[in-house]
Design a protein around this ligand. Structure first.
Ligand code: ZN
Length: 233
């Protein structure tokens, strides 16, 4: 025959089972890539692309600067080679040379600025890479921890389920059905202990006759206020 203490033991199993299932659910949700990880990866990708574009525009600038430099060289050779003697022609060539030199300076300045940007970009990328390495290491450790926790939780859940089945099978049908109803209504707590004449479920002081009845473990007595099954432990 079931006694109130058996229902209390069943409740302990149910609480442990609920908590293990909730934790398993939490670990399921935490498995997989985190936002921190994916956003660090996206940052690294963006920095890599930025540097790629910068280097490509740098090689364009270098190529153009080489061309202008070569043109300036040709004009300079003509200007100072002594072949041209006409002063007007000389002045035209000189103007050409100045313009080419200005053009070259502009490109060289742009190239220098671009090189500085690359240097900053590479430093930023190294920082992002280091941060990503750190995030990945922490993430891997956390994932391994979650998997280990799951490996412990799964057999524990099986054990608790089997225990619950065993306890429920040994419980009087009517008591069990009342227990299940109250468990649903009272947030998982169908059984309350009595301490210092108080129901520990709702903290009211119980009438003397109720306490007397509840002292008999074979009696099913409910709290007059919260309806929980009362048990002395
Ligand atoms: Zn109560």
């Amino acid at each position: 025959m079931t006694v109130a203490a058996d229902l209390f033991a069943l409740q302990e199993t149910d609480i442990a089972l609920d908590s293990a299932l909730a934790r398993l659910d939490e670990t399921e949700n935490q498995l997989g890539e985190t936002e921190e990880l994916t956003s660090a990866r996206a940052w690294l990708e963006a920095a890599t692309e930025f540097l790629r574009q910068l280097k490509s525009s740098q090689s364009d600038l270098e190529f153009e600067a080489d061309e202008v430099r070569a043109k300036a060289g040709t004009v300079e050779t003509k200007l100072y080679g002594g072949e041209i003697t006409d002063s007007r022609e000389l002045s035209d060539f000189d103007a050409d040379l100045q313009s080419l030199k200005n053009n070259l300076r502009t490109r060289e300045d742009a190239l220098l600025a671009s090189l500085e940007q690359t240097e900053d970009g590479e430093a930023a990328m190294a920082r992002i890479q280091a941060a990503l390495t750190d995030i990945e290491a922490r993430w891997k450790a956390a994932q391994a921890h979650l998997q280990a926790e799951q490996a412990d939780l799964k057999p524990e859940i099986e054990r608790l389920r089997a225990l619950r089945e065993e306890q429920a099978a040994a419980t009087d049908r009517a008591w069990l059905s009342l227990y299940d109803i109250l468990r649903g209504r009272r947030d998982g707590f169908a059984v309350a202990t009595v301490e210092r004449s108080m129901c520990q479920g709702c903290r009211i002081t119980l009438p003397r006759n109720i306490i007397q009845k509840a002292r008999n473990p074979r009696e099913l007595v409910q709290c007059v206020s919260c309806e929980r099954i009362l048990v002395f432990v």
